[in-house]
Design a protein around this ligand. Sequence first.
Ligand code: HPA
Ligand code: MG
Length: 175
Amino acid sequence: MTVNNKEFERYIGRNQISDRLNELAGQIDMDYAGKSLVMLAVLNGAFIFAGDLIRLLEVDAEVSFVKLKSYRGTASTGEVQTLIGLMHELKDREVLIVEDIIDTGRTMSKLLEMVWEQSPASVKVCTLLVKPDVFKNKYQLDYVGFSIPDKFVVGYGLDYDELGRQLPDIYKIKD
Ligand code: HPA
Ligand code: MG
């Protein structure tokens, strides 16, 4: 499989993704039983994960989106720019942030700050993928689909220079 002239190999298949999403949805339904939540999905990468996950939930779920851009390479300062900010009233709400992948965790850290400023009742994080080698447990991730090595992945919403998001499976770059 080639995306933007780089070679990728299939890594997590669509059935494995689907099975894991059913498990995550079951946990979320139990944890939020009797409550309603606001799913805050992070664009662009999380759009497919959030769309699939919300259709598996039985608890009442509203949906809202944010779009953040993190500048890598600028080392320690790690600036995060808000392209689409919080549009949803989050005061006293149960907020479930939905992300495609967490590697350094810098973007999520900034988003958590932004959300907590709105005085929500609770904030939890649900990420399809995490790279523990780089994330190093900087804060709690409440729901994790898969922990993966620090290898570049595409598909199921994740891109390589904006391409590859449409792939139904997740692919890992070939060494
Ligand atoms: N793939 C796509 N986008 C990403 C990745 C990745 O491995 N890590 C952080 N953003
Ligand atoms: Mg993302």
